[in-house]
Design a protein. Sequence first.
Lengths: 106, 564
Amino acid sequence: MPLSLSSEQTRKILSNPSFRELTAARARLRWGLSIVTLLMFFGFIGLISAASSALGKSMAGGAVPLGMSIALGMIAMVVALTGYYVRRSNTYFDGLTQLVRRECGR
Amino acid sequence: MIMRILLAAIAATVSFSAHAQATAVVAGRDLNWVAIGMFLLIVAVTLLITYRSAGRTKSKADFYTAGHEITPLQNGLAIAGDFLSAAAFLGISALIYATGFDGLIYALGFLTGWPIVLFMMSERLRNLGSYTFADAASFRLDRTSVRLVAATGSLVVVLFYLIAQMIGAGKVIQLLFGVNYLFAVVGVGLLMIVYVAVGGMQATTWVQITKALLLLIGGTLMALVVLWRFDFSLGRLFTEASRVHPKGAAVLSPGGLFAEPVSAISLGLALVFGTAGLPHILMRFFTVSDFAGARKSVFYATTCVAYFCLVIPLFGFAAMVVLMPDASFFNVGAGGQFNKITDLIGGPNMAAVHLAGALGGPILLGFISAVAFATILAVVAGLTLAGASAVSHDIYGQVIAKGDAPEAREVMVAKIAAVAIGIVAVGLAITFENQNVAFMAGLALSVAASCNFPVLAMAIFWRGTTTRGAVAGGLVGLFSSLLFVVLSKTVWVAVFHFAAPLFPYDNPALFSMPLAFLVIWLGSLSDRTARATAERRAFDAQFVQSEIGIGLSEGNNALAGVAR
């Protein structure tokens, strides 16, 4: 099995505090945002089968139906969520990654 | 040299085809010179791109990944160009034209896959692999068997998707330009073979970028024309649409397509997780230089796809208002009767194209037709490249030659594979011309969600995954999704003409995807071999590399040909 890191290097990096901070924070963000995304989409599908006629009604004062407004909101949310992940990675995770690389002597 | 001659031959064939078009106009429709001019321009530009890329495609890194030198913005556009097929542009606007709100949910499903690709796949994939997603899946697992499963999954997805696209392409080009189906399919097949075999990833990427830009310009232009027609009032658009549509106000609320929760969730799963398992999309993450580039390119791609999810519904609803009251857009029956959806000239898929003609005259019609044509070319080229890479890098390079194949020979195998896949796709598209193939694109997504995605996700996220589990789960996911589709209404009843389907739902993902995960889990958990122990232990090194990238393993040759 071809692997690039010796077990000693691997152990060293795994116990590095910056690496632990990086991976723990990124895992929280990754799974948190994934769950939000999936809940949003499948929640919407659930809402459709539960209350489809209500979604066709317009909100007070507007001519755009409620379901359509939710769908448009979801499109904006998807861009916002990916944007947030990228921003957080650029400003926080990338710095930590560089730090880990330096600390582990590469 | 041979390739250059081939290029010249293609150029000659294409100009001949344009001549043939001029004489083969569909009865009753004027020849659209804007469309034909744009079409020729697109062919000329893409062939020029291919010609220029040919000189720069020598090593395998060049062929598979354009030397990892594509920028994130370019790659983001190319991903959008790869992903937004004619099915998305013409198909979803047609779905909205026919059903209203339901089509929008379909578009949302397509879009929702993207954050998942970003959060779970893009960065780790770039850190662990170099050419295909099978690199990452087999990083710490058995090179031969896991790769074979991943490559088989890729090829099945690519072939089904490709056939669906080719048949769609043939029909669309037949309608747009009035050439016959056979000619259209062979023409598209020839062009895609040339892009891929001659120009590799470099040419494919630039064809996709060109297409994405054309689609952005065309989409925006048409959206503005539509909004102008309705005084920039969405309320007016929706009110008028519900007035003319046979379904009435029901077009504004979700209906039949998603009313039954099991089918809806199953389709949703295939749309969301299928995207995260499409080999031609995953492959695009290797064209950038590092994981930060992979991540940024998904953001650009997501923004692009989201923009289309906003404008495509405009086309669908505006088409209802503009086309439905006007009998000249329909095949009118003897008694002056026509069905406002199925009798649209060229079928509902032509809704966006007719709308362009109705609102912007022959110039906009020609432009949108040409954009639809470019859309088709970019998608089939991306698919062909992904299929060729699965054959040459995974099956030939890593499984047969065990990573020792001379680079020039592997690139040659890739080019031959591209030609072969192109010929097979053209042949199948001709064979299945009159079959109901709507299930094929859905099947491709289901296989991607049930085989590729579970194997890749479990290999990179779960320490416990072993070769035995991954191989068993991947195969179960692949064959169960195929079997369920064959037994469902779309094949069992519509193709084989049995009375009742044996599997009650159209989309198998809700069943086949969890089944694949379950088998990977059980197969790995019960694996007590020494190899399994070593594979679990190797997860640590894989984890480190997946998190902080390949910059760390500078100068290490153990991975030569696998991860570098």
